[in-house]
Each structure stands twice: as C-alpha cells, then as structure tokens.
Design a protein around this ligand. Sequence first.
Ligand SMILES: Nc1ncnc2c1ncn2[C@@H]1O[C@H](COP(=O)(O)OP(=O)(O)OP(=O)(O)O)[C@@H](O)[C@H]1O
Length: 258
Amino acid sequence: MPPAEVAPVLHAVGVGVRHGRVDAVTDVTLAVAAGDKVALVGPNGSGKTTLLRVLGGLCTPTSGIAHLDGADLRRVPGPARARRLAFVGQDEQGDLPFTARDVLLLGRAVRHPDWRPYDDADHAAVDALLDRWELAPLASRGLDEMSGGERRRVLLARAFAQGGDVLLLDEPTNHLDLRHQHALLAHVADAPGTAVVALHDLDLAAAYCTRVVMLARGRVVADGPAPQVLTAARVGEVYGVDARAVDLGGRHHLLVGR
Ligand SMILES: Nc1ncnc2c1ncn2[C@@H]1O[C@H](COP(=O)(O)OP(=O)(O)OP(=O)(O)O)[C@@H](O)[C@H]1O
C-alpha cells in the first residue's frame, strides 16, 4: 500500500500579493512539509519578505490562499498562530530597555494565554536558551545596551523560546559575525520543526537547508535540493552575476564575480 499523503504544514496556493501597483508575489504555490528546512533565495525585491509574511499570516494575499495545517491562515486566531509559528523580521532590532532574559520570557508568554505567571519550566527553558545561544553574560543587560549582533541573537533566540514548531526567519544572519551565522543556521538545521529562512548567502543556504526555493520578480523559478537549484547558469541569470559551481568535499559551493 502506498504511504498516505502527509498534508503540508504550510501551503501557499496560487498566492499573489499586490502593493498598490506593484505585484510583489505572483501565483506562488509552495507546500512545506513538516521538518523541511527551506531557504528562500532571490535578488532584492524578488518577494521573499512578502511570501514569508504570507506564510506567517502577517500579510493577507490579494489572491490565492495560505494554509497552516490545512486551515486558512486568515482564520487562525493570533494566539493560536503564535503558539505554532515564530516570525523574526528582517529589520527587527528592538531597542526597548528589556533585558535578554525579559525578551526570552516574553517569547514564552505565547504559551500562557490565560496570563498564568511564568513557572519553573519557563525559567528553565530560558536558562537553557541563554546558555545555548551564548547569551548568559547578557541576561541582565538591556537590548538598548547591546551591539546590533547581540540584539539580533536575543531576538532570534526569542523565536526558539516560543516553543512552536515552525520558524519563519527573514535574513536572520544580518548583523551576525561568521561564527554566529553558522551557529544560528546549525540551530535551525538541528531543530526538529519546520523552517523557512530568507537568505542572501547562497553558500549558507546550500550548507544548512534541505531545499532551496528561488524567487525572481515575485515568482518561484526553481525549487529543490541546492545542487539542482543553485546551478551556475541559473544563479548567473537570476542575479546577473558570473557564477561557477564547485563541489568541495561533497558540498555544493558557488564562486561568484561580476
Ligand atoms: N509596502 C509596500 N508598498 C509598495 N511596494 C512594496 C511594499 N513592500 C514591498 N514592496 C515591493 O514588493 C516587491 C517585493 O518586496 P519584498 O520585500 O518582498 O522583496 P525581498 O525579496 O524580500 O527583497 P530584499 O531582498 O530587498 O529584502 C518589491 O518590488 C518591493 O519594492
């Protein structure tokens, strides 16, 4: 007997988003299965942020529909959505005087719809995240007293604190140094849940994601494993660069010039 079809966790069907006279996303159909780690790549303005926001229920499509576990995302109430999905935006910097510990506890708040106070499990989860993200020395420091990269790491750790099973991250490596870029994507790759991550660094996409979806002018132009999507010809054409694909130790890389 063939295995039963597993419904996608996230499913955009014929999604279009129009901002005024701009078609940001056009007729995108994308099914993301549980456990998929999807890199969303494409040039500036190709629709990555817009599509991520649709998948997170933060932007209502002008046409088509987006589902979370088969339910129309427009009808999933905010608190229920926040228990499943965590979204970290591209420019989220957070300059409020909350400490790192406060911010991670705020992430846990989505698990307390009844305003129940934080319990030992919340504090233990936050302590574990502070350790894992090397944030313990910043636990009592305000966001407004941190460097850009430190703040960014706190906000990304908050997404993990929410404890949902779907991560939507928009250019999460912005502001992070090399080691933290790799550490972050390793966290994402190792997490048991589903992730869709907009990335400009194609090497990071190839190294840590199981699947690469490439957008150009609001449409999906390729979808599959990195070596099949990130070919020299396609990257050259879509980004307008001179690209060469190389295999180093079994890993797909691109050498890029103008
Ligand atoms: N609020 C808005 N009003 C009008 N046009 C918008 C708005 N937001 C985005 N756009 C346009 O929609 C298109 C897609 O933008 P989007 O931010 O989704 O692209 P992106 O791939 O995330 O880009 P980048 O890599 O530069 O972050 C672009 O042409 C952009 O100019």
